[in-house]
Design a protein around this ligand. Sequence first.
Ligand code: BGC
Length: 786
Amino acid sequence: MRQPLESYLSTSEWHITKSGWDPTQQGVEESQFTLGNGYLGSRGVLEELPRDSRAGTFFAGLYDNTGAHVTELINAPNPFLLQVAIGGEKLDVSAMEVLDHSRALDMRHGAIFRNTLYQTTRERNKIQYKSLRFISMFNPHVVVMRVELTPLDSSTVFTVRSGIDTSVTNLGLVTEGAKRHFHIHEYTTVDNTNYLCMQTFEKEILLGYASHLTVYHNGRLRHQLRPIFTLKVGAGRTVVITKYFALFTSQTVPQSAVRSRALDTLNRSVLAGFDELFKRHSRRWEKIWQRSDIQIKGDFRLQRKLRFSIYHLLIAATEHTKNAISIGARCLTGEGYRGHIFWDTEIFMLPFYIYTAPDLAKKLLLYRYGGLAAARVQAASGGYSGAMFPWESAGTGEDVTPTWHKDFDGRVIEIHTGERQHHITADIAYGISHYYHATDDKRFMLDHGLEMLLETARFWASRVEYDSNQRKYSINNVIGPDEFHDNVDDNAYTNAMARENLRVARTLYLTFKRSDPKEVRALTKRLKFRPKELKTWQAIEEGINIPNHKDGSLIEQFDGYFKRRKYPMPDLDGSSLPRFPSNVRLERIGKTQFVKQADVLMLLYLLRGMLKNEAVARNFLHYEKRTLHKSSLSTTVHACMASRLGLRDMAYRYLAITASIDLNNVYGNTQDGVHAAALGGTWQAVVMGFCGVFLRDGILCFDPHLPRQWQAVSFKLYWHGDRFDVTVDKRQVLLRCRREADRVRGDKRTVTVQVYGRKQQLELGRLYRLPSGKRTQTRVDVEDIF
Ligand code: BGC
């Protein structure tokens, strides 16, 4: 017995649903409904490709440079094409009368279900159209889609056109136009299977798509080879069309094996059948959710939004993500930023992977290690030592930051981020140190991490300028996270993060030199590293300029920032974000104190102990009144900082905005892909913000401030190879630490944590209830902010 398609879905609290057809929301929904498994991502286009739909199928790490200003993530052929017509009239939501239309993204099972009721124009016959599709989480190469057609009123002849849509292009910029990055290399038919192979232009990578289609009709199953065929279906009867795909690229298997692997995988998939493939896929998803889910009691709406963020982080990188591949600013969900990789990965997304899937976090850092040689060349070409990581990178880790851009109004805009946004090098070092302190992965450090830390520290040591009059080290001509202020000196964020890079490199070098002298000696020999470099680093750490107000408690974003013109904050828009000030021209925004995105606050968020709480509050109040949040990276930092300061309502407001960035298209560009940093930021605002998780002196700490409406939050965290089950409620933190069975570790049976400021020793396996008791609160006058 065939199961109804709906019955494959999990319960509705796991669904993102959309009802009705709104062409203005098509692109946004396509990004939101992307399916994927870390190896592959495919936008949630409707099968018939309605007018203006933008199919996008992306293989992680598959970039091409041909005809583009800079290399970009290739938009590969779309496997989900399926067009059905009745007497020449195409079943299409943008062309036909639609009586009912709804879709659900089932986040628990990684599947899209669709249900559309059409009415034909001439005969007024109703046709029920349903589909279910998934990209396997079990076998990353397998893609499956089932479509069911039911003519409700009278017997109907359907013409079905199924195939692989090779007409897809990358959109490109105004100056480049749309372009395709591949050509058809081979098309053959083997038994009941079609095999289509494309080859990319620049690197000549093969993309092999093996496909097979079955039709179940009148109790009979037949294999359909031809891409166009007709079906006569009686009134009230249902025809079931199932498309199976196996997708391979020569990026992950040898060129000579692409075809055989694709055909072989496809044959095995068809033999296994839809039900079995779905079962394997959904079981794998359930396992993944077990370690990644966060349950919030008392806030159904935020729960769903949080799961949406986690879902997208889960399809952006999985166990199927190969070494040396990272995640772009829009994951594998769209062409925004051409699929390039920014600091978003280490600062916004990495914490999610560190604490829920440390092996994946390691892979993301190995991508940076793969780019170390290029980063050395980049440093040398700027006249610096060590390694300077590029602001934007793609497949190889080399610099791919564009240098200019032409707007629709014909204006040419120079882009200086590649030349000046150097803080990314310190951000990567921060990510390495965060990973190490949370995982205790010494092997990674000895093989890769320490080398990156030493080389990045060397970069900063050569990047600083010494002012002998003031006896200060400066870093001049930079762009900090706040890109409104281009080409500034002594951006506090950059300088303090560089200082942290130097400090971490120095202290970990000394630690590993003591614990693993032989390996460290070999490394330093290879790097021609001299211990006297450590002295220089320490001098820079002590003397680097962090501009501030006289008493040191108010940080000046960069040298001269306080002298820029101050304006009142503009009104809020419908998303509760400040509008762009009407009295300032865009070109002059850098002359004002308006800040594009969290900069000083970002610094205080990352370097938690840098200032006392009172001073943190002072900075928060100051910058809060100047930040326009014109980047999706900003509100999350405000959410985390506000919750740290006990400003629960404000923190919640910022979290709600961050969690809605792609669900409500807050920045108006979700059609170009979801905002990866906001996904990771949502997770951080809940775990690091409200649940107050942070690291101090190698200890895992909890200092929660839950929003009023939340009763409890439960989640799991990996820590030094063990796993914590955590529940935070209004009065206490419940903790149980379990040893992961597959880890062989020392016989230490206790773990030290800090909860509400008090150190606690936990025995493995035991449940602890750690009450909040009384705690001192930093007083922050909220009135001051609004
Ligand atoms: C932000 C950067 C970010 C980039 C990619 C820009 O608008 O200012 O901080 O890295 O987008 O998300």
